[in-house]
Write a protein that binds this ligand. Structure first.
Ligand SMILES: *Cc1c(COP(=O)(O)O)cnc(C)c1O
Length: 374
């Protein structure tokens, strides 16, 4: 007989997060149901306006998911004649596979750049050496919710006339100075996958940009390549955010900053409390540059730590166990080595993190970690 493992601190309790906004979500969804209008309507339009305002861009285009957002951005650059197949796009070697899939899906060549071992974000000192005549863009990923943008990246984009694309799937609400990530580069892709800081109750995504031409092409591409009913300019696809998800997102967007602040305060408590010689915690965030989608610690014997925490009822995850260049999907890269990325993938462990984590739960995790005898 197998017993359910007891869970004292869940990694992320989505059910409780939804429960917190249940009444408002229910009303918003019922309004859509009763309206009889389920796609490309007023609710999506309202969310696009709200989210563009929140991020600080002129345009927001709702799409079906985060991968589509990134794929459509690159596709639009092709349609605009800015990029062509075979061009190179620089991307961090340690990202969720979707960032890289969006590049290869369009026939571009992803050029992987190692992260900085401490920040785990793309190492801006290693970018310039990878730029060639075919490089057209840099895709930065605000991994774990931490801003990956730097002045150096901006200088490189200017010097080599590269587009700057942000993968903001994990960093809604994150800041660089007084700007939000998602408004810093030329264009950004966002995911509203349920577990993200701003999550729908299903799939959802968005593109934000200040560029009118790019926004227009992406909107058309996502709607069969059409700007006008039954007139098709591009061989487009169907990638829409639906009215029900937009209704949910409108409710949750109003609480995003508050929820992010809770994440940051839990992170600070972890950073302050975890004192174990074999565990490395993230750096203290500066000026809102981290919204802790994930709280990543690093440990050489990560698997032992994970097993031990499981026996204490503490759920953890690994983001991510296998680096993209070691995946079967990219078998052409399997013999390459990106040592820093590999080290991070081998040592990273994500502690429980959610706006609903209590002080007691956080302290329980800290206490058990500090008592760990390896
Ligand atoms: C979640 C995620 C995506 C993809 O988003 P989906 O909505 O699941 O398609 C892209 N990039 C990163 C970094 C992500 O974490």
């Amino acid at each position: 007989m197998t017993r359910e493992p007891f869970i004292r601190v869940p990694f992320l309790d989505l059910k409780s997060i939804t429960e917190k906004y249940r009444d408002e979500i229910q009303n918003a969804v019922l309004e859509v149901i009763d309206s009889g209008w389920y796609l490309l309507g007023e609710t999506v339009k309202r969310f696009e306006e709200n989210y563009a305002n929140y991020i600080g861009t002129k345009h927001c285009i709702g799409v079906a998911n985060g991968l589509d957002a990134l794929t459509l951005i690159l596709r639009a650059y092709k349609e605009l004649g800015v990029m062509k197949e075979g061009d190179e796009v620089i991307v961090p070697a340690n990202t969720y596979i979707a960032s890289i899939l969006a590049i290869s899906e369009n026939g571009f060549v992803p050029v992987l750049v190692e992260p900085n071992q401490n920040t785990m974000e793309i190492d801006d000192s290693k970018i310039e050496a990878t730029i060639t005549e075919r490089t057209r863009a840099i895709m930065i990923v605000h991994l774990y919710g931490k801003c990956a943008y730097t002045e150096k990246i901006k200088e490189l984009c200017e010097k080599y006339h590269l587009k700057l694309i942000e993968d903001n799937a994990q960093a809604h609400g994150c800041r660089f100075g007084n700007r939000r990530t998602g408004s810093i580069g030329d264009v950004a892709g966002h995911s509203f996958y349920p577990g993200k800081n701003l999550g729908a109750l299903g799939d959802g995504g968005a593109v934000t940009t200040d560029h009118d031409d790019l926004a227009e092409v992406i909107r058309k591409l996502a709607n069969y390549g059409s700007g006008k009913k039954y007139v098709f300019e591009y061989k487009g696809c169907n990638s829409r955010l639906d009215e029900i998800q937009a209704a949910v997102l409108n409710v949750k967007l109003a609480y995003l900053d508050e929820d992010n602040e809770k994440r940051v305060s839990i992170a600070l408590r972890y950073i302050d409390g975890i004192k174990h010689p074999q565990i490395i915690v993230p750096e203290i965030p500066q000026n809102g540059n981290h919204v802790f989608h994930i709280f990543p610690v690093r440990c050489k014997t990560r698997n032992c730590l994970q097993k031990y925490l499981q026996t204490q009822g503490i759920q953890t995850l690994i983001h991510y166990p296998i680096p993209p260049h070691k995946q079967m999907a990219y078998r052409e890269w399997n013999k390459k080595s990106y040592l820093i990325s590999e080290e991070i993938h081998a040592t990273e462990l994500s502690l429980p993190m959610s706006p609903l984590l209590t002080t007691e739960q956080t302290d329980y995790v800290i206490e058990k970690i500090n008592k760990w005898e390896n």
